[in-house]
Design a protein around this ligand. Structure first.
Ligand code: GBH
Length: 450
């Protein structure tokens, strides 16, 4: 008894701009990430771009071979909207669409289930010129694009996710300016949050008109723990939780907005109309949860707009991105999800860690023991949530490859497969072997690993 259902789906995840490279090839339009990385005023941290990335666009066939060798049962990828619709709407670029048709065909031939995400942060630049997610029409643009993809690949792709992590899109792209398109406005953050969820709703509606399989959305969840039981810290923790963990799932699954948002957004807040809430709250077939870490929160007089700040846990294990390693919070999150939103099928769509590669390697590859431990502990946390009754159907490790870690560039490595950015050679790390054993034993191997 491994604790995982027989049909449990084990896979790995990537996103288009992070791995594909060749962003303008074969008639593709630019995305906001292409613009962002090519603007030195914006991509301040590293100057890295996705021009080559892992060159997956040109190496797709051998990459699928590698996935098969690693024993993956599923591959979660995202579609670059502007490859398929260079202007974002209207004309379809068949050559771009063809890349995804070939990818899905190769995956199916290899016995690997494709899981497609429509939006992993790379809005067509042409749509940004029309206001991007600030424009209420964006929901229609997204529905049009979604329809093109569903018609082209439905039947072959049986699990579709609309958005990946709307919180990151709104907070990183429109409030903090650290991600594309690099804006800094709380007013914009509020508008974009709503338009993203309206777009999700319109895509689900479009799916119901043309699809017979499953559609859902992917949200990043980071449980918030109060630094003390003072009423200030408890209120700050509730605000942080509302902003990150409930802001998107509440409208999508309950048709409501968390009360705390009113206080957080202040003047920038505008109540969502009943029509907008109804549009966002379309029945979904599954949800995707991305879990990396937890956060301990205390009240702060200066940390606008939440007036809540993250308290670093000195002495606790942290990854290279300075995220605390805290696996039991993953179990807690999954139980919280079921308690609040009901018994929906859940896929872990991302979980993983950046660690720098140790200098040591053996014939089996790079000895990334810290990543092995991270994965084993978190997969065990998933098993515990299943034991407690949460309907978890699959787990996708982030990431298959080392890749462009957005504004942090190539220095942060999340892959179970090492990528040499000079030669583009792929080398499975120890974590890839361990993961292969976990998959082959449907989780029983954890007893040895964890
Ligand atoms: C995901 O987002 C993305 O979907 C993926 O593209 C990306 O490569 C991957 O993660 C790795 O970054 O500073 O301790 O408060 C991750 C969402 C939200 C997780 C912010 C970490 C901050 C932790 N992230 N969160 S902390």
């Amino acid at each position: 008894m491994s604790g995982f259902p027989k049909s449990f789906l084990w896979g790995a995840a990537t996103a288009a701009y992070q791995v594909e490279g060749s962003p303008l090839a074969d008639g593709a339009g630019a995305s906001i990430w292409h613009r962002f990385t090519h603007d030195p005023r914006l991509m301040i941290a590293t100057g890295d771009t996705g021009d080559v990335a892992c060159d997956h666009y040109n190496r797709m066939e051998s990459d699928v071979e590698l996935m098969k060798q690693l024993g993956l049962q599923a591959y979660r990828f995202s579609v670059s909207w502007s490859r398929v619709l260079p202007e974002g709407t209207g004309r379809v670029n068949e050559a771009g669409l063809d890349f995804y048709r070939r990818l899905v065909d190769r995956l199916l031939e290899a016995g690997i289930e494709p899981l497609a995400t429509l939006y992993h942060w790379d809005l067509p630049a042409a749509l940004d010129d029309r206001g991007g997610w600030l424009n209420r029409e964006s929901a229609e643009w997204f529905a049009e694009y979604a329809g093109v993809m569903f018609r082209a690949l439905d039947g072959k792709v049986k699990k579709w996710a609309t958005l990946n992590e709307p919180w990151v899109v709104a907070d990183g792209g429109y409030l903090n300016g650290v991600l594309a398109p690099g804006h800094r406005s709380i007013f914009e953050c509020a508008i974009v949050s709503r338009n993203l969820m309206r777009a999700h709703g319109r895509a689900v509606q479009t799916y119901r008109e043309c699809g017979a399989h499953e559609v859902g959305l992917v949200i990043n969840i980071e449980p918030k723990y109060p630094a003390s039981d003072s009423s200030e810290d408890l209120a700050a923790t509730a605000r942080a939780d509302a902003y990150m963990n409930r802001q998107y799932f509440d409208p999508a699954l309950l048709g409501t907005c968390p009360e705390e948002l009113r206080e957080i957004y202040g003047e920038a807040w505008e109540d969502w109309s009943a029509e907008d809430l109804a549009l966002c709250c379309q029945p979904v077939d599954f949800v995707g949860i991305n879990y990396y870490t937890r956060s301990v929160v205390r009240s702060s007089d200066t940390a606008w707009p939440l007036f809540a700040e993250h308290v670093v846990q000195e002495g606790a294990p942290h990854t290279e991105t300075n995220w605390e390693v805290f696996p039991e919070a993953m179990t807690r999150t999954l139980l919280w999800f079921r308690e609040r939103y009901g018994d929906l099928p859940v896929y872990i769509m991302e979980n993983g860690a950046a660690f720098s590669d140790p200098a040591t390697s053996d014939a089996d590859g790079i000895l990334d023991e810290d990543r092995c431990q991270y994965l084993a502990e978190h997969i065990a946390a998933v098993r515990d949530a299943i034991a407690a009754g949460v309907d978890i159907r699959g787990y996708m490790v982030w990431s298959l490859f080392d890749n462009l870690e957005w504004a942090l560039g190539y220095a942060k490595r999340f892959g179970i497969v090492h990528v040499d950015y000079e030669t583009l050679a792929r080398t499975p790390k120890h974590s890839a072997r361990l993961y292969g054993q976990i998959i082959a034993s449907n989780g029983a191997e954890l007893e040895h690993a964890a």
